[in-house]
Design a protein around this ligand. Structure first.
Ligand code: GRF
Length: 201
């Protein structure tokens, strides 16, 4: 069983989807800790409800980003985690963090990358007038939403869409593909060559 640490700052609906998939036996791993930079993140509560360790690490308690990241790295190493899952973690990770877990950090982004990277991926697609958008699970490298793509799922943009309705549909799609990508990792089915991530037997 692979050991997973989830970093989340907010609602944690992706965390919830992952935890439910784990409970259903659909992910060959277990979440050993949830770490947040926000003491009021519902994500922490979702973990506690299930007796999963939930840790708030206060950025204000550290001199700078690097110092904070060092603390998070230490926690993750102490847990001997195999995979770090970013689920709405609102902090930029330092190069040190990324180098500490090469191809062991996953993120989900609410667009079909490389379109609409960065903040507000849903709003960018809507304002651009795209007819199709979606979500992307990718490994994290040192660029902005630029690591090798693991899975993507498209979501149509309809005429009546508002930011909220489009967001909802993308969220539903995220909740499908994130657990699947994590399970593939946990079963050692992902092989990265350059930018390409292959699913192997
Ligand atoms: C998701 O939309 C994801 O694409 C982005 O952050 C959001 C997290 O939502 N990276 P939640 O906290 O999992 O509900």
């Amino acid at each position: 069983m692979k050991r997973i640490v989830v970093l989340a700052s907010g609602q944690g609906s992706n965390l919830e989807a992952i935890l439910k998939a784990v409970e259903r036996g659909e992910v060959a791993g277990r979440v050993v800790m949830v770490i947040s930079d926000n003491p009021n993140a519902p994500a922490l509560e979702r973990a506690r409800k299930r007796k999963i360790n939930a840790l708030f690490l206060d950025p204000k308690g550290y001199a700078d980003r690097l110092d904070y990241d060092r603390a998070v790295i230490e926690e993750i190493k102490a847990l001997q985690a195999d995979l770090v899952v970013l689920a709405g973690f609102m902090r930029l990770l330092s190069p040190l963090f990324i180098k500490s877990f090469p191809m062991q950090i996953m993120n989900i982004h609410p667009s079909i990358l490389p379109a609409f990277p960065g903040k507000d991926g849903v709003e960018q697609a809507l304002n651009y007038g795209a007819k199709v958008t979606g979500c992307t699970v990718h490994f994290v490298d040192e660029g902005l939403d630029s690591g090798p793509v693991i899975l993507q799922e498209t979501v149509p943009v309809i005429q009546q869409d508002t930011l909220s309705t489009l967001h909802q549909r993308i969220h539903a799609s995220e909740h499908r593909i994130y657990p699947t990508a994590i399970d593939l990792f946990c079963r050692d089915k992902l092989k990265v060559e350059g930018r390409r991530c292959f699913i192997v037997d």
